[in-house]
Design a protein around this ligand. Structure first.
Ligand code: BYC
Length: 470
């Protein structure tokens, strides 16, 4: 179904055929726009070179053009329906997927959709001031692209809440605009989304590590027996790929520039030469990786066992798994701290699905480490390579919460943790140095000195294209 752009709310769900739903969403729309104006990007611009979804098909789904940010066409886009789709896992495996929400799963599904929905505007709030310090117009444009699409992902969840969850869903849709990242009184639901994203190194780490959690969580919701949720997530995943590209290549470019400066000046201490030292990159990486691991919930969770058994949330690439897709007798090995050591225990696989997803995520994160170390090696730096810290490092959710684990995986006492903290996590001085480098570069084709230029422009445009106009 093509996207209808003649409607006030662009959509491919025949919204005009359901007047009540259309009216309800049209009354949410001005509140969304008000939220965007209050909590969205703070940098005033004339227009931005953005992509907008035009179809949901495989090829050429996006259109590129100059858009005034508040006039971006946020809409409701679901992937094509597969009329033969069947539930791939859990107790209802093999049955047709649901087009409506079964009464007994209403509360759980609503909760999952609200948690997912809450992260989307949260990230826009976290990133709202980054426009003031973008290292180039290319990066500024990418930031805004990510922001408008996170806004659209909010629309995706709000559509589900309005269309399938009645009054309670409409109330939750309101509340999504009332919680705010970092707010004392009404914070965002998940920890990582109340952290600051005050500089561009944080932004690149966030889009690498935290958006990647988004990819994996959306991947599990794409398996859901509730078909509208599945179709929504399928299309969101298409948009998400660019967000992770921004993170991956952003960190690439920081590492590249750092390596150049290290070689040029023959020292690790490149702060005085306007670069970000490798050890600071490692500390930022440690921080963003560990808060992102917290987003997977506990290693053992009865919530996730119930979600899986009842068909609400599957596993990453469920259909490619070679097991019974029910996990009634399966066991899975999970690490946890025990009397000062880290031990591995076998537990019922059904209860360890957060751990299963996290394991997939970690091996995906490793690919970034490999490429960044390759960049370092290409500059002759093989000694102080980057690495992922141990899974138990600096954790606040799950089995490792309350223990102190070093990046190398040693369980230590409070005193040793405190003594090591400044070597492992960004200090006030590290953050101040990174912030001191954050000066806006808004001349087409120019780039800040702490980051290497990108390899290619956007959509075939040259690097000196005027991606944003003021
Ligand atoms: N912070 O049973 P447990 C994205 C709560 S990112 C605070 O272990 P469960 C994006 C948990 O809710 C992807 N609270 O957890 C990225 C539970 O509370 P209740 C977002 C936490 O339910 C970048 C209690 O602790 N999508 O899209 O198995 C930019 C017990 O926990 C945290 C989703 O997360 C935390 N970190 O799993 C933009 C998918 N972790 O229920 C966007 C939907 C856990 O006892 N959410 N808690 O009150 C879920 O699937 C699950 O809710 C979770 C938690 C995976 C988050």
């Amino acid at each position: 179904m093509p996207i209808d752009y003649t409607e006030r709310i662009p959509n491919n769900v025949s919204l005009s055929e359901d007047r009540r739903l259309q009216r309800a969403l049209e009354s949410w729309q001005p509140r969304f726009l008000q939220w965007w104006s209050d909590m969205g990007p703070t940098l005033p611009t004339q227009d931005v070179y953005l992509r907008t979804a035009v179809t949901v098909g495989r090829e050429g789904w996006a259109n590129f053009g100059r858009v005034r940010l508040p006039e971006y066409r946020w809409g409701i886009f679901l992937a094509e329906q597969n009329p033969d789709r069947r539930i791939a896992f859990g107790q209802h495996r093999g049955e047709p997927v649901w087009q409506q929400v079964p009464g007994e799963h209403r509360a759980s599904l609503q909760r999952l959709i609200v948690v997912q929905g809450d992260t989307e505007p949260a990230s826009v709030e976290q990133q709202r001031r980054l426009g003031q310090t973008a290292p180039s117009l290319y990066d500024l444009r990418n930031l805004f692209q990510v922001n408008v699409e996170e806004g659209r992902h909010l629309w995706a969840m709000v559509y589900l809440l309005h269309a399938y969850f009645g009054r309670a869903g409409r109330d939750e849709a309101e509340a999504l605009l009332l919680r705010h990242s970092g707010s004392e009184d009404s914070p965002r639901i998940l920890g990582a989304f109340n952290e600051e994203t005050p500089d561009w190194l944080s932004f690149f780490m966030f889009t690498y590590f935290t958006d990647r959690d988004g990819k994996y969580q959306l991947g599990t919701l794409k398996e859901s027996a509730f078909d509208p949720l599945s179709r929504t997530c399928e299309f969101m995943l298409k948009e998400e790929a660019h967000h992770m590209f921004v993170g991956t290549t952003g960190v690439d470019r920081v590492v590249e520039r750092t390596a150049q400066l290290m070689r040029e000046h023959d020292t690790d201490d490149i702060a005085g030469f306007g670069g970000i030292p490798l050890e600071v990159i490692q500390k930022y990486l440690n921080f963003h990786y560990s808060v992102s691991l917290d987003l997977f919930g506990g290693e053992t969770s009865t919530n996730v066992a119930n979600y899986f058994a009842s068909g609400l949330k599957g596993r990453w690439q469920e259909e490619r798994r070679g097991d019974d897709h029910q996990l009634t007798n399966a066991v899975s090995a999970v690490e946890r701290p025990d009397s000062g050591r880290i031990v591995t225990v076998d537990l019922p696989a059904l209860t360890t699905l957060n751990h299963d997803l996290r394991t997939q995520y970690i091996s995906d994160c490793e690919t970034g480490i490999t490429r960044w170390n390759r960049i370092l090696a290409s500059h002759g730096i093989s000694g102080p390579a980057l690495r992922l810290p141990h899974v138990g490092f600096s954790r606040h959710v799950g089995a490792f919460a309350g223990s102190h684990v070093t990046p190398g995986g040693q369980v230590v006492d409070e005193a040793a943790w405190e003594a090591g903290r400044d070597r492992w996590l960004p200090t006030a001085d590290d953050k101040a140095h990174v912030r001191s480098l954050m000066r806006p570069v808004y001349e087409p084709g120019k780039i800040a000195a702490w980051v290497a230029p990108p390899r290619n422009g956007i959509n075939g445009q040259p690097l000196d294209y005027e991606y944003v106009r003021f």
